[in-house]
Design a binder for this molecule. Structure first.
Ligand SMILES: *Cc1c(COP(=O)(O)O)cnc(C)c1O
Length: 396
């Protein structure tokens, strides 16, 4: 197959893409238009929780698509109800609103918190968020994010997102005033470089919220759905948030996200929230298949076994090459390099022959690993061996 330059030029240039077209994926492997295979340690940025084209998700979607694709969001459909039931049964939340992307789910969380503030806190609306956080690319979620430069890029920002420092409770408490309605964070900062919030910090946030009457919102778009070794990352700390958002892994690759809340916070009135495609049966059928897989006997245990294998493998590479260790939770991990050759390693991995590997370097001194939750022991071993060879190659 020829590379379609005219097609490439017809697309808005929003990022630099290599001249590759991916045509096929199965499990942990992708294939490009030249027939070259790649071992995938990105999985669409932690999106394909069960790898490429998982059989049970494909079957659930095909069956649903042939029966009913969209009755309208103003009517119930069976997969939407089933998925809401599964999420509420396996979490501390009582109500779910389905969205199409993580950013949209977070917009919903912000709206829900502001609505709750109008009803219960005399119009308090400020939401404390964190430096280096990432919550999406809509105007409000970019304003909530703590990425450098994002405060001015599409100025003016949406107002009311003061930034605190992760794992520094004093920096949070210093920002609380009578207009504060919530604190929102990623239990593991993903784009920020795989930085987990300490359990003690999560507990201090809960206590601060209880003390001042604030809502605790966890953005689990990346950390949820088994990624960190528990179904939801908040479960590592024993605290119960008031609101949680899900995305990425919940759809196994198709556009699905969720806004989850406790009963006492679920205060939207008719007309406050909605969306044309929200909760449509084709994507929620995919979500049901994902939830069934994740909650099946032994699945999370195998995630934790692979997580330990990855962690130990990265530590061994760190020791061998004099790197700075590894960190993360479950199958969301980062290898910390001793120099800024992350981008060079990503490039070398993709260009490697005969088989390539897809890696991600969210910061120049970091490599981030987000393999399929069901990656095989052998594929993970192979990824670690390839990485070893790549470090030797790039540093020779
Ligand atoms: C990816 C991500 C988002 C945005 O999700 P989209 O589906 O790209 O809108 C929000 N929050 C976190 C923590 C993410 O990792």
């Amino acid at each position: 197959m020829q590379f379609d330059q005219v097609g490439a030029d017809a697309l808005m240039e929003i990022t630099s893409r290599p001249d590759l077209v991916f045509v096929r994926g199965q499990g942990s492997w992708l294939e490009d238009h030249n027939g070259k295979r790649y071992l995938d340690m990105i999985q669409g940025w932690a999106v394909n929780a069960l790898g490429h084209s998982p059989k049970n998700v494909v079957e659930a979607m095909c069956k649903q698509a042939s029966e009913l694709m969209n009755p309208s969001p103003a009517f119930y459909n069976a997969p939407m109800m089933e998925l809401a039931k599964l999420i509420t049964q396996h979490s501390c939340f009582d109500r779910v609103f389905f969205a199409n992307s993580g950013g949209e789910a977070n917009e919903g969380a912000i709206k829900l918190a502001r609505k709750w503030g109008q009803l219960h806190r005399q119009g308090a609306y400020k939401i404390i968020t964190f430096e280096h956080s990432f919550h999406g690319r809509t105007l409000a979620t970019m304003s909530a994010s703590g990425k450098a430069g994002w405060d001015t890029i599409f100025a003016p920002q949406v107002d009311g997102f003061p930034k605190a420092k992760l794992n520094d409770i004093d920096s949070v408490r210093a920002l609380v005033d009578e207009k504060t309605v919530a604190i929102m964070l990623e239990p593991v900062q993903g784009e920020g470089g795989v930085i987990p919030a300490d359990p003690a910090f999560m507990q201090a946030l809960r206590q601060t919220c209880d003390e001042f009457g604030l809502l605790l919102i966890v953005d689990e778009v990346q950390s949820g759905m088994g990624r960190t070794g528990k179904l939801f990352a908040y479960q590592h700390s024993g605290v119960e948030p008031d609101i949680m958002t899900l995305g990425k892994g919940i759809g196994a690759g198709v556009p699905l996200a969720a806004l989850c809340a406790k009963e006492s916070v679920s205060c939207f009135e008719h007309g406050d929230q909605g969306g044309t495609y929200n909760g449509n049966p084709v994507v929620t059928a995919a979500g049901v298949a994902v939830m069934q897989t994740l909650t099946a006997d032994g699945f999370m245990q195998s995630v934790n076994e692979r997580a330990q294998q990855l962690s130990e493998g990265l530590l061994a590479l760190s020791a061998k090459w004099g790197l700075k260790g590894e960190r993360g939770q479950g199958l969301l991990r980062a290898l910390i390099l001793d120099r800024d050759d992350g981008p060079a390693l990503v490039e070398a991995a993709r260009n490697r022959n005969p088989e390539g590997m897809l890696l991600n370097s969210p910061r120049p001194h970091l490599l981030r690993f987000m393999p399929a939750l069901n990656i095989s022991k052998e594929d993970l071993d192979q990824a670690l061996q390839i990485l070893d060879a790549l470090i030797a190659q790039v540093r020779s």
